[in-house]
Ligand binder design. Structure first.
Ligand code: ADP
Ligand code: UVW
Ligand code: MG
Length: 395
């Protein structure tokens, strides 16, 4: 088995990694940012050196082309040593895909059909697949779905209480996202604690640009905060999280908004950006430090929502053994972690401020030794998980 090429097509980004399937060493990694923007660019890291290049990248097909150029200019050469398999992150697998799936024409038709449920994500994923298949026609390509891990969520949790015939016809239900991350992180948390995954009730906060929280019982997802689409739940960088659907009807009726305006509002002009003008949590923190009141208000809304879901998920699980933070904000922002758990002392949660403040790339415990519940920071690695699942799918 040679290397695995992993392609993670986001809504406006294209991340990739070349991973040695045996040692799990990252041979090269890269990021194409701001696809569709005139200031897009690529960074390609190999042997600890980051090569950056600015160029206009119109779509994910062009992103793939920029990646191939970076490999041939900076190495390692994929011509001399092509990957054994390509793993693709596909965001929406609907009710059709429960596990990593070798990509055939029929699978592609299904992914395309599911694009209407994830218009910001699935089309880019499909472009990535087509470009990669054209480049590497003789090796298997495997789709790993964000929704797959959440297939264990029971009907009581995934059903929306609307007319069943409408819901079924239009496939309206909760699917959940970031599943690859929640799966990886919950497994790594059990490993860190040296306890069987089957014995743990976990609440995992994936706080990146997109954010979701999942209740995981014995390694199985039983509830998650995103829904049919990646809009609901937590407050995100630019996505709203939960909003009264009646308020949206009100805007459609009275604010001269059309469907596309609404889409734009909820996906791009909401979240902490909509409240403060800052998308990045680091910028929000700097604004708060400089006395910006809107920034402080946005932070308060962000934290309140996290506390709300923590309480709800403790109740869904009938208690909790482990709380885990992951992704950009969850891994790096000690202030957010402390604020979320500030009122959780009634559960027996005790955070150790020094452990919480420690910066590290490794999994670590931030709860005090006398805490009734383990609180961990576990770095996510969606690409490694996709690589593992892609290898397993072809073995
Ligand atoms: N040192 C840090 N402190 C606080 N937040 C950070 C830090 N580093 C990154 N972040 C946050 O992480 C977010 C991105 O997380 P990431 O998991 O990379 O998101 P995505 O994969 O959704 O693009 C950024 O918006 C930023 O706010
Ligand atoms: C599904 C989803 O929200 O993904 P991301 O956070 O990468 O946008
Ligand atoms: Mg991410």
């Amino acid at each position: 088995m040679r290397a695995v090429l992993v392609i993670n097509s986001g809504s406006s980004s294209f991340k990739y990694q070349l991973i040695d399937s045996e040692s799990e060493q990252v041979l090269a990694s890269g990021l194409v940012e701001r696809i569709g923007d005139e200031h897009s660019g690529i960074s390609h890291t190999v042997d600890g050196t980051k090569h950056q290049r600015e160029l206009e990248i119109a779509d994910h097909t062009a992103g793939f082309g920029a990646m191939m150029e970076a490999f041939s200019d900076f190495g390692p050469s994929l011509d001399d040593d092509p990957p054994a398999v390509v793993g693709h992150r596909i965001v929406h697998g609907g009710q059709r895909f429960f596990e990593p799936t070798i990509i055939t024409d029929l699978v592609k038709i299904n992914i395309e059909d599911l694009s209407e449920l994830a218009p910001l994500h699935n089309p880019g994923g499909l472009q990535g697949i087509n470009a990669a298949q054209a480049q590497f026609p003789d090796i298997p390509h495997v789709a790993v779905f964000d929704t797959a891990f959440h297939q264990t969520i029971p009907p009581a949790a995934y059903t929306y209480a609307i007319d069943t015939s409408v819901a079924e016809r239009y496939r309206v239900r909760k699917y959940g996202f970031h599943g690859t991350s929640h799966q990886f992180v919950s497994g790594a948390a059990a490993q860190f604690l040296d306890k069987p995954l089957e014995d743990l009730r976990q609440i995992v906060f994936h706080l990146g640009n997109g954010a979701s929280v999942t209740a995981i019982d014995g390694g199985k997802s039983v509830e998650t905060s995103m829904g049919m689409t990646p809009i609901p739940g937590l407050v995100m960088g630019t996505r709203s999280g939960d909003v009264d659907p009646g308020a949206l009807l009100h805007l459609l009726r009275h604010a001269r908004m059309g469907v596309d305006d609404m889409d734009n509002l909820l996906n791009k002009r909401s979240g902490i950006f909509g409240l403060s003008g800052h998308t990045d949590m680091r910028d929000l923190a700097a604004a708060i430090d400089s006395g910006d009141e809107a920034a402080q208000a946005a932070f308060d809304v962000y934290i309140h929502r996290l506390r709300l879901y923590l309480g709800a998920y403790v109740s869904v699980l009938g208690g909790v053994d482990v709380i885990v933070f992951t992704a950009g904000v969850g891994e790096n922002d000690a202030t957010v972690r402390a604020a979320v758990l500030e009122k959780a002392q009634f559960l027996g949660v005790r955070i150790d401020p020094e452990r919480n403040a420690l910066r590290s790339h490794d999994a670590r415990r931030i709860s005090a030794d006398d805490s009734a519940i383990d609180v961990l920071v576990v770095p996510t690695d969606e690409e490694l998980e996709i690589a593992r699942q892609a290898v397993a799918a072809i073995s």
